[in-house]
Design a protein around this ligand. Structure first.
Ligand code: SAH
Length: 316
């Protein structure tokens, strides 16, 4: 791998602190030959592809750095989410690290605050109102949508696998006197415990962060009652989505921290539709969510090429 040649062991220096220096120092820990040996026989996609060597290495480094914190918050060792769980510990670490700013509308979570009224109105419209509806919000994070739905009269449960955002959600619930019920649960486990228990299941901005989105879609389908609604929002996968959602949002406009999204995990509406069909859901609606960088506003419109909301209904 000529592109990955080690630069040799850099001198240790106490003032060094930038991420690229840290990378140099880590690379220096392995002799060139060991690096060559380790990379021998790996196909390029095994190195840079989803779940490949680079992602796993980054995961190890983050786990080591955040190990104590993750253990404390998740109640199990870092990377040690229940065996076989449909979760990427690196993703939880990213959201945990920022969780204290979840309700700051000028923070990294600003896009979620700004799209919230749009998606709330859309869900209300489709489901014929939220009052007295039993709603489950999967991957609820700090509770921006969950709380808004509860404020409309729904009985809302929010589940997430990151404990820190859930704690923030609980604190905020107390501050505003909301009735939302928050739990540290995976969609799959919750589906086994509470089949068909909800009128509406929302799963927003989550599918692009899980290793097996089809399993999440299947769990959501099991959680909703016959005739109930399941609403997903995520990011489409095509060159325009790459340009806008990653280069634009993370690098040019700085709307999101770099590394928030992994292009390979973006999902085409047809892919969600096929998992949904297999899980017994029927497509009800598909709408795009666009961002205008000049007016700095989001809108719902037919263009689904980047962000979109897709709603399904469980067959009666
Ligand atoms: N749905 C919320 C938050 C989106 S951010 C909203 O739209 O306002 C993504 C959330 O997914 C984070 O809170 C993160 O902790 C959570 N998450 C990531 N992987 C998960 C998984 N496998 N299961 C449940 N939640 C997960």
């Amino acid at each position: 791998m000529s592109t990955m040649e080690s630069k040799g062991r850099p001198e240790a220096s106490p003032e060094r602190s930038s991420p690229s220096d840290a990378v140099d120092r880590l690379a220096g820990l392995l002799p060139d030959e060991a690096l060559e040996d380790a990379l021998q026989g790996l196909a390029p996609e095994q190195i840079t592809g989803p779940g490949g060597l680079l992602t796993q290495l980054a995961g190890r480094v983050i786990e080591t750095a955040l190990g104590a914190e993750l253990t404390e918050h998740l109640g199990h060792p870092p990377g040690g989410a229940p065996q076989g769980a449909n979760v990427d510990p690196m993703e939880l670490a990213k959201f945990s690290a920022l969780a204290h700013r979840w309700w700051d509308p000028t923070s990294e979570f600003r896009p979620l605050h700004e799209i919230n009224p749009l998606r709330l109105a859309h869900i209300e419209r489709l489901a014929g109102g939220l009052a007295a509806k039993r709603v489950l919000d999967v991957g609820c994070g700090g509770g921006i949508l969950a709380e808004a739905m509860a404020a409309k009269g729904a009985a809302v449960t929010g589940i997430d696998l990151a404990e820190k955002p859930l704690k923030v959600a609980m604190l905020h619930r107390t501050e505003v006197g909301s009735s939302t019920d928050y739990r540290l649960e995976s969609a799959e486990d919750f589906a086994r415990a509470r089949p068909a228990a909800f009128d509406i299941v929302t799963c927003m901005e989550l599918l692009e962060h899980v290793p097996d989105p089809a399993s999440t879609v299947d769990a959501c389908a099991k959680l909703v009652r016959a005739g109930g609604y399941v609403v997903f929002s995520t990011i489409n996968r095509n060159p325009k989505a790459y340009a806008l959602a990653i280069i634009g949002a993370e690098y040019v406009l700085g709307l999101l921290p770099r590394g928030t999204h992994d292009y390979a995990r973006f999902l085409k509406p047809s892919e969600i539709a096929s998992s949904a069909r297999a899980a017994g859901l029927e497509t009800e609606a598909l709408i795009g969510m666009t961002y205008n960088p000049f007016t700095k506003t989001y809108r719902l419109e037919p263009d689904t090429s980047v962000n979109y909301i897709m709603t399904f209904r469980r067959a009666e």
